[in-house]
Design a protein around this ligand. Structure first.
Ligand SMILES: *Cc1c(COP(=O)(O)O)cnc(C)c1O
Length: 391
């Protein structure tokens, strides 16, 4: 069995760019909140493709929709209309509070679209982003991503991006002005370590943008589609952005992104300003439509809130010395440790639980929203044991 794994690793190491720090397993199958590796070992998946597999792995409704659509029409250019794209736009846009949608293929592309739209709509150049932000790896999105390790090798990036302290109104006040095209923030920071701002902070961001004539962009790439116990995280505060970005869970595991905007902003986008060859193709639209229906039919948004509380309470009850803070909303939970969490991730994997460590010391739990109480109990048990055993 290990030779199947080793063979995969050998070929990866010979032919694939070595830009990922991979965990030492190869995953070959998934169902619900569980995946199996090539050796047949089973894992409860609290990574979920990094908040992508909200419905669990290979949800039958998505499998069915994709299979059916693939046999009918996989791709056509945006030079033509398709019913799948129109249908998805009609179903998704009203849920977001926005008026129009542009389809692309990933989170970073959604952010690129948002930055271009902000410049186009305001005629201004500057952006304000937050410390610990993550918005993607392409040049524009990277310019508003804070982590110096990601940025520095690729400078110069977009000019005039200012980083403010997240969840700090004063810091924002000092940076938003008449040259600001947009302020971009995650309504809950994901990669930055599951940081939850106050509603008041997000409201102030809205007010400061309005006063300065700047646009407010909410990057909901990670927080969308029930992840935080609401359809979209912005609903917790009730603050409405001008532009919103989505991706990750949008198409039930298939690659898809979207940029949405209110009408007055969207109207500034001119024909020819922006495009994506694959954006909103019939196959991914069919997957996204099936995914929206599952979230609705299985009450996954409510389930995320309930299971998230259950997980967070269970982790809190452990009262572990190494844990400095537990935070999150719904099934987006971060456990901050006073040590690096890499060894704990290894321990958990060796005991059948996949976890991710972000920001060096924050264990991130973003399991499928379909995860059961029994699975959560097991996850908590492994984490408790792991923290005790890994020094
Ligand atoms: C993951 C993520 C992105 C980038 O998405 P990709 O699909 O990897 O390009 C952007 N913003 C946020 C908030 C994310 O979590």
């Amino acid at each position: 069995m290990t030779d199947i794994y080793q063979n995969i690793v050998d070929r990866d190491q010979k032919y694939v760019f070595q830009n990922y720090t991979r965990q030492p397993i190869a995953i070959s199958r998934g169902a619900g909140a569980v995946v199996w590796d090539t050796g047949g070992r089973e894992y409860i998946d609290c990574v979920a493709g990094i908040a992508v597999n909200n419905l669990g792995h290979c949800h039958p409704a998505v499998v069915e929709a994709v299979s059916r659509q693939a046999a009918e029409l996989i791709h056509v250019s945006n030079l033509y209309y398709t019913s799948q794209q129109a249908e998805l736009a009609e179903q998704l846009v009203p849920r977001t509070g926005m008026d129009r949608i542009f389809f692309c293929n990933s989170g970073t592309e959604a952010v690129e679209g948002a930055l271009k739209l902000a410049r186009r709509a305001t005629g201004r150049t500057d952006f304000v982003a937050a410390e610990h932000s993550f918005h993607g790896r392409t040049m524009g999105a990277l310019s508003v991503t804070h982590k110096s390790q990601y940025r520095e090798p690729f400078q110069p990036l977009l000019q005039k991006v200012e980083f403010v302290v997240y969840n700090n109104v004063e810091s924002l006040k000092g940076s938003v002005n008449r040259d600001t095209a947009a302020v971009i923030i995650e309504p809950i920071q994901g990669e930055g370590g599951v940081r939850v701002p106050s509603d008041e902070y997000l409201r102030s961001a809205r007010d400061l943008c309005d006063d300065a004539g700047a646009l407010l962009i909410f990057d909901e790439v990670q927080t969308g589609f029930g992840r935080t116990g609401k359809w979209f995280a912005r609903e917790h505060s009730g603050v409405e952005p001008d532009i919103m970005t989505l991706a990750k869970a949008l198409a039930g595991g298939l690659p898809m992104g979207a940029m949405l905007a209110k009408e007055d902003t969207a109207a500034r986008m001119q024909k020819g300003d922006h495009a994506a060859t694959f954006g909103g193709g019939p196959l991914v639209c069919a997957a996204a439509l099936a995914s929206l229906k599952v979230i609705e039919d299985e009450n996954l948004v409510e389930r995320s809130a309930l299971m998230g509380d259950y997980l967070m309470q269970g982790l809190k009850n452990l009262e572990l010395d190494r844990v400095t803070e537990i935070r999150g909303k719904g099934l987006m939970v971060g456990v901050e440790l006073n040590v690096k969490c890499g060894p704990l991730v290894d321990y958990a994997r060796e005991h059948g639980v996949l976890l991710n460590c972000t920001s060096d010391s924050v264990l991130r739990f973003v399991p499928p929203l379909t995860i059961t109480k029994e699975q959560i109990d097991r996850v908590i048990e492994v984490v408790a044991q792991g923290i005790k055993e890994v020094e």
